[in-house]
Write a protein that binds this ligand. Structure first.
Ligand code: LLP
Length: 381
């Protein structure tokens, strides 16, 4: 069991999120070791997990920050990220959020529509500034992932559709307070079929040529995030294969001399270092099913309920022969189910049960539904 556990585990109230900072360091190092020789800049997508110790390490390893709200921009700045390393994306930026990011002079706004571009131009003008902009394009590339986290298809709300692009580009010369610095694409999350990124590169190459034919240079290409992790067998690949991922961009992206390439990774950097630790409250048998009822539920980890996603469940307390359990939480919803017919060693009240690969989109998506207490974070390593 490679899980790093706190020494006082038995005395700790559950549920809590456990983060292995040593694994996070190894992951950040592997990402930078693969990205740096290829001159690719990695931004961390704060939305995956914005806990302070995690942000501190991300910054120490020299990554930038990819933010999708005014509060995330503020959080990144408070955590010590230089404004020049902060990017602000999102389909619905409010005026207040834009104003805050302008005042902080962040590096770049990823703009997702013509109306947003007009508002940004106006607000930047009022502050006497010129906002750097990357146009987020919807490249219509299928990420082959869950439909809730697919973002690069025409049916999705994200980015500027290819049909609208010409109109948006025609606007640019009329907007003195924005400066086009590049392109941005992001097609989805938990992408495990790496061929998808090759397709994306080809599409970006075409788009780049489209811009160049119109005399527009693109000093920056931001190809988004989305690299998936192994939820089924986390211990087989605790650190994702960043070499394979970055080498695709090296190989297929037609980079112009001096052009900067950026990626925005969230899940692949932090998912495996986080574990949700809970205790079994009751084992309840019905005629059909044996339920293991945990003290953690969808309020702590909503991904199974929301995306039917799989998180590996392990009982740390029992070595007894395996039985099948529906592993559920205490919340008043039938969707509060972590797994059905899960094989676990015979499980009893008080056993410690963990949900693995919960570092990304776990704690950040927690809610206080049923007026639950917030689960704290515990750090080891
Ligand atoms: N860049 C943009 C513009 C994004 O929308 C996202 C994620 C990322 C980067 C980071 O993607 P990553 O490397 O983490 O795949 N809550 C869902 C995931 C939502 C992802 C949203 N966008 C989940 O729990 O699976």
């Amino acid at each position: 069991m490679p899980l790093h556990l706190p020494p006082d585990l038995d005395a700790r109230p559950t549920p809590f999120y456990l983060y292995d900072l040593d694994l996070l360091r190894r992951t950040l190092q592997a990402a930078q070791q693969a990205a740096r020789p290829r001159a690719i800049q990695v931004h961390y997508a704060l939305k995956a997990n914005a806990n302070q110790p995690i942000m501190d390490l991300v910054r120490e390893y020299g990554l930038g920050a990819d933010c999708v709200s005014g509060n995330e921009v503020q959080c990144a700045l408070d955590a010590g990220f230089a404004p020049a390393h902060v990017v602000f994306a999102g389909v619905g930026k409010s005026d207040a959020e834009i104003n805050r990011a302008l005042a902080a002079d962040i590096w770049c706004f990823n703009v997702e529509s013509a109306p947003e571009l007009l508002v940004l131009n106006e607000l930047a003008g009022r502050q006497g500034r010129r906002a750097r902009v990357a146009l987020r394009l919807n490249p219509n590339v299928d990420a082959r992932t869950h439909h809730y986290i697919t973002t690069g298809l025409e049916a999705n709300k994200f980015g500027i559709g290819l049909g609208e692009l010409a109109g948006v580009v025609e606007l640019l010369p009329t907007l003195p307070h924005v400066e086009l610095v590049g392109l941005h694409v992001h097609i989805g999350s938990q992408i495990t079929d790496l061929a998808v990124f090759e397709t994306l590169c080809h599409r970006v190459n075409e788009l780049q040529q489209w811009f160049e034919h119109r005399g527009l240079a693109l000093p920056h290409l931001n190809v988004g995030g989305g690299l998936g992790v192994d939820y089924e067998q986390p211990d087989e690949q605790l650190v994702p294969d960043f070499e394979a991922y970055f080498s695709l961009f090296e190989r297929y992206l037609q980079r112009r001399p001096g052009q900067q390439v950026h990626v925005e990774l969230g899940r692949s950097l932090v998912a495996q270092c986080g574990t949700l630790v809970s205790r079994v409250l009751y084992v309840k048998e019905s005629q059909q099913t044996r339920f293991a009822i945990l003290d953690a539920g969808m309020t702590e980890l909503i991904r199974p309920a929301l995306y039917q996603s799989y998180h590996r469940i392990e009982n740390l307390s029992s070595q007894a022969p395996a039985q099948l359990y529906d592993v559920v939480g205490p919340i008043c919803e039938s969707s509060d189910t972590f797994g059905r017919q899960v094989s676990l060693p015979e499980t009893r009240r008080g056993d410690l049960v963990v949900l693995r690969t919960a570092g990304a989109y776990g704690q950040v998506m927690a809610s206080r539904y049923n007026l639950r207490d917030e689960a704290p974070a515990v750090y080891v390593g």
